[in-house]
Design a protein around this ligand. Structure first.
Ligand SMILES: NC(=O)C1=CN([C@@H]2O[C@H](COP(=O)(O)OP(=O)(O)OC[C@H]3O[C@@H](n4cnc5c(N)ncnc54)[C@H](OP(=O)(O)O)[C@@H]3O)[C@@H](O)[C@H]2O)C=CC1
Ligand SMILES: O=C(O)C1=N[C@H](C(=O)O)C[C@H](O)C1
Length: 255
């Protein structure tokens, strides 16, 4: 049976592209939700997120962190698989998403681009080989001027990958961000973040390992946010029929 895919926030930058990619994949666009914008022509607008879940086999959500927990709970109540791309979730939001994944399959990814997911795997391996006592890990990201959260979800995921490679967590290693004024020297083993905003940059991420006598950097750049939409629709096709659980894009890609 043709898969029915619903899109939360269908009038947003990602929502519009997702609607196009659902059609391009030969899936059925079950409709979308929007509070203020105009939905793409031909897309049914559902009154709320619960109605969207009732109309769809899988719902894709690229809206806002503040909606993530409630959306995951509503998807679980409806038994609808859930693809979550929103960034900037708090620890409590992520705990609610994990709890919902006890009842439905959820794919939650900071970034749905294949190259970024390879970057995350490489970051973990690099960090394992470059100890924090000698190599300072710094993550620099740049995005369009409309982005509302910082650092980006992808930057945080890179920080988590570095920490995992060093056998710790980002919380234990410590985050350094927003350096300004007399902020003191850098902490050994911490992970630094810097966020740039401007123009219409789709998404640039650089991971730097800087030591006393050498430095290595790895950069990923997205030139078209359609890469995220294609990845999210791929995840939606993959997730149907899966057992409940919290999956990542690396599961979808078989990495
Ligand atoms: N994981 C990934 O690969 C990617 C993640 N993202 C993330 O996706 C999210 C959306 O990005 P983008 O499309 O650029 O943003 P936009 O602001 O263009 O779109 C978001 C849409 O969500 C709706 N929305 C906003 N807040 C809420 C809310 N509290 N509840 C319900 N709906 C809401 C708005 O529509 P309306 O007002 O009509 O309801 C809006 O149109 C961001 O968190 C971004 O970081 C973006 C790209 C890739
Ligand atoms: O808001 C965006 O645009 C993006 N958000 C995601 C993030 O926060 O990492 C993914 C991508 O970088 C684009």
């Amino acid at each position: 049976m043709t898969i029915r895919i619903g899109i939360a926030g269908i009038s947003g930058r990602m929502g519009r592209l997702l609607a196009e990619e659902v059609a391009a994949a030969g899936a059925l666009l079950a409709g979308g939700t929007t509070r203020s914008g105009a939905a793409p022509a031909g897309a049914a607008v559902l009154p709320d997120f619960a109605a969207l879940c009732a109309a769809a086999d899988v719902v894709i959500d690229f809206t806002h962190a503040h909606a993530a927990a409630a959306h995951a709970q509503a998807a679980a109540a409806a038994g609808t698989a859930f693809i979550l791309g929103s960034s900037g979730l708090s620890a409590a939001d992520e705990a609610a998403v994990s709890a919902a994944a006890g009842r439905i399959p959820i794919v939650y990814a900071a970034n749905f681009a294949p190259g970024v997911n390879l970057f995350l795997a490489i970051a973990e391996r690099m960090a394992a080989a470059l100890p924090g006592a000698q190599y300072d890990a710094e993550i620099v990201e740049m995005h369009h001027r409309q982005k509302v959260d910082a650092p980006s979800g992808t930057a945080v995921a890179l920080g988590r990958a570095v920490a995992a490679g060093r056998g710790t967590t980002l919380e234990e290693a410590g985050r350094e961000s927003g350096r300004d004024g007399h902020c003191g020297p850098r902490g050994t083993g911490t992970i630094g973040f810097a966020a740039l905003r401007g123009g219409q940059v789709v998404g640039d991420h650089t991971l730097v390992f800087a030591a006393a006598s050498e430095q290595i950097s790895l950069t990923h750049q997205s030139f078209d946010r359609r890469v995220y939409a294609t990845g999210a629709v791929r995840a939606a096709l993959w997730v149907r029929g899966r057992a409940p659980g919290l999956y990542g894009m690396r599961d979808v890609l078989g990495m």
